[in-house]
Design a protein. Structure first.
Length: 202
DNA sequence: GAGGAGATCGTCT
DNA sequence: GACGATCTCCTCT
């Protein structure tokens, strides 16, 4: 895909000051930017999941505010990164006003710029491009996202990690049940771009 | 290609 | 002390 990208226009805080379901849908097609020294890695968001603060047993915020989930109770547009299964990091962005819990999990992105660096971070050949970022644990590894990025302001383009606008045409969107959880599995809160080869599972 | 089990550790009970 | 918003490898088809 060779659409012209516009990584200099960060998404504003207001974009995230809404219901996570709206934010999760609207994030599809947007850009995730990672600066590594002189290099800039760019990826397009193709799959997300919404996690609601209230009435969502599957969300980390369900059992109340703790040191770990502090960020998703805070102001909108900040990175919530957590460590899971002893191996992997997952990237979320906080939604709703300060004091209200809610967030969006990034499940898959499409590499656009810096594929060589992403492949190196994943310890995979560039030829397996479609396997670099098609999963929440994979995309954080490809973009070298760790606990150090927890609490980063994703609406600030001077940060080393942020989200950007793009002129990508508004994609068609499909909603399915969320993946990898055991609670509230009936809710269709997973959003993806149908037929995009970089989503985690069809 | 599908299905299953193990790895591995921070967080909360 | 149990479990988890996952991934990879191994086996079988």
């Amino acid at each position: 895909m060779t659409a012209r990208t516009h990584p200099d226009v960060a998404l504003p805080p207001e974009f995230f000051d809404r219901d996570p379901r709206r934010v999760a849908r609207d994030l599809l097609g947007k850009l995730l930017i990672r600066r590594q020294g002189r290099q800039t890695l760019i990826a397009r968001v193709v799959e997300t999941e919404a996690y609601l603060g209230k009435n969502d047993p599957a969300a980390h915020s369900a059992s109340g505010r703790t040191a770990r989930n502090e960020v998703i109770f805070g102001p909108p547009g900040f990175a919530y990164v957590y460590f899971i299964y002893g191996n992997h990091y997952c990237l979320n962005v906080s939604c709703l006003p300060d004091g209200e819990a809610g967030g969006v999990l990034f499940r898959a992105v499409e590499p656009i710029t810096g594929i060589t660096a992403m492949a190196k971070a994943r310890d995979l050949p560039e030829s397996s491009c479609h396997r670099l970022t098609n999963g929440p644990g994979k995309l954080t590894e490809a973009l070298s996202i760790t606990r150090a990025d927890n609490g980063v302001n994703l609406t600030d383009r001077t940060e080393s990690l942020y989200l950007a606008e793009d002129n990508f045409p508004r994609p068609r969107i499909a909603a399915t049940p969320r993946i990898g959880i055991s609670k509230a599995t009936a809710l269709k809160l997973r959003y993806l771009i149908p037929n995009n080869p970089f989503v985690s599972k069809p």
